[in-house]
Design a binder for this molecule. Structure first.
Ligand code: ADP
Ligand code: MG
Length: 460
């Protein structure tokens, strides 16, 4: 009964999401139970849970409701029969028969995706490759993701300007362009322009140098202005002045402004005070490096989009070893797929190790719960016993919460297992602790640093 119902729900969902998203996230799902508004849905793995919670929850609720099921409260759990070993190294068969030339071409495409499916518009400058659908959400970027979606749904109304900042390769450009693409998709009449602040500087200087007219109007007649890499405007006072006026014209007309930068407004050197204060009018949100769980989801999804299902071990190997940024993670995956394709070998962990060097030897083969607790304790100059004790003083509570968080993020233990490792019977504290640290990481710089430090020590 549940099965038939779920099949019809999936049928509707398939029409609403991309093929890639459908096969990555929905194929392996089931409706486990529903009663009095409480619905439980089984999904493929722990990584899928957050994607469902953040991205698909509303859609599933609505679709269930269409099908006559009250779904006020949905819980996502990992399907039981999914712990079976998943060894499907290729989804498509018969590739071995392909001519060598064909294979090589595919390999080249993988290394340097030609983005066949993407186009760049000359009016908006947007690349259609960047969408919300292919952006993976985790605790490191969900605030930014949610704000971008809100702006895409109601440009000029909510956060204006929206300022997204963070290190290189963490998905700023992706999100900024996704907003633009979404707006154009929903309303093709909207005039959206995406550009880098470098382009703005260059065009402005050219207009002075060559006495061109019309520059000042160029960006004042748009509905949505997206300026990426704002840090390049540092030190360019005249350009800043020009941008200040553009900003004011747009803002007064309730036009949406979205800005990307590698630093928050107050840390961009030589940004004039008045421009800085304008940037701080709206909402500034940072993007961090995704945690292990999210990195796994990124690798898994990107591989799936290339038609490859990787073994869990390979996914984890890549996610574990590449912690710099998403661009590099993506690069390593593409290299692995291309190499495997070219050599006709499986893109498995042995191949990955061969490609990425001996990184693996330098880290513990199996990180244990005890190591996490010990290292967290040591980091705070505590004894592991204190962390596992029932003491409630603040200097112990926070380290204990961090240990629980790390047990979850690095070993993905269940909450009862986490409670057990810390000598507790009740696992609700584990749930609260993990949630609390997840939240603090976003809001509290110190906690973020502490967690990053300990994590580094775990893999040192
Ligand atoms: P930034 O502008 O912050 O330097 P980009 O937006 O160019 O970074 O991201 C680098 C690459 O990583 C892009 O190919 C982008 O699609 C990809 N990427 C980054 N974050 C994510 C994510 N959360 N999900 C999917 N792809 C991502
Ligand atoms: Mg960028």
């Amino acid at each position: 009964m549940n099965h038939t119902l779920w099949q019809s729900v999936l049928g509707e969902i398939e029409l609403q999401v991309s093929d890639g998203n459908f096969s990555t996230w929905f194929k392996n799902t089931e409706l486990i139970s529903h009663k009095d508004g409480r619905v439980t849905i089984g999904v493929a793995n722990i990584f899928a849970i957050r994607q469902f919670e953040v991205r698909f929850d509303d859609m599933i609720r609505e679709t269930l409701q269409h099908n006559g099921i009250d779904a006020s409260h949905i819980t996502y759990v990992v399907r039981k029969d999914n712990n079976k070993k998943r060894i499907i190294s290729r989804e498509t068969t018969g590739q071995l028969d392909q001519s060598a030339a064909n294979k090589q071409q595919r390999a080249v495409d993988l290394i340097a995706p030609s983005h066949n499916s993407s186009t760049k518009s000359s009016t908006t400058n947007l690349n259609t490759r960047y969408t919300f659908q292919n952006f993976i959400v985790g605790s490191s970027n969900d605030l930014a993701y949610t704000a971008c979606q809100a702006v895409a749904a109601h440009p000029g109304v909510k956060y204006n300007p929206l300022f997204i900042y963070g290190g290189v390769g963490l998905g700023k450009t992706h999100l900024l362009q996704a907003v633009g693409n979404e707006i154009v998709k929903n309303n093709p009449e909207t005039r959206v322009v995406y550009l880098s602040s470098e382009t703005f500087v260059k065009e402005f200087l050219d207009s002075i140098r060559f006495k061109k007219t019309g520059f000042s109007d160029k960006y004042r007649n748009v509905d949505v202005l997206i300026v990426d890499d704002m840090q390049f405007i540092a030190g360019k006072e005249k350009t800043q002045e020009e941008f200040f006026h553009t900003f004011n014209v747009l803002h007064q007309a309730n036009k949406q402004i979205i800005i990307g930068s590698d630093k928050p407004p107050h840390s961009i050197p030589t940004l004039t005070e008045r421009l800085r204060s304008r940037f701080e009018w709206g909402m500034a949100i940072d993007i961090q490096m995704p945690d292990f769980e999210t990195r796994c989801a990124i690798v898994e999804t990107k591989a799936n989009f290339s038609g490859v299902t990787l073994e869990r071990e390979t996914v984890e190997y890549l996610a574990q070893n590449i912690k710099t940024n998403v661009r590099e993670l993506e690069g390593a995956l593409n290299q692995l797929l291309a190499y495997a394709e070219m050599r006709g070998v499986a893109p498995d962990v042995t191949t990955a190790e061969g490609l990425l060097g001996n990184v693996r030897r330098t880290r513990p083969q199996h990180l244990t719960a005890k190591q996490i607790i010990d290292k967290t304790a040591r980091h705070f100059q505590l004894d592991s016993k204190e962390i596992c004790s029932a003491k409630r003083s603040k200097h112990i509570v926070v380290p204990r919460q961090i240990a629980m968080y790390l047990l979850r993020s690095e070993l993905h233990l269940s909450f009862p297992q986490i409670a057990n490792e810390l000598g507790r019977k009740d696992h609700t504290t584990a749930i609260h602790s993990v949630e609390k640290i997840e939240k603090s990481i976003k809001l509290d710089y110190l906690i973020r640093e502490q967690v990053a430090d300990i994590r580094d020590k775990l893999y040192a």
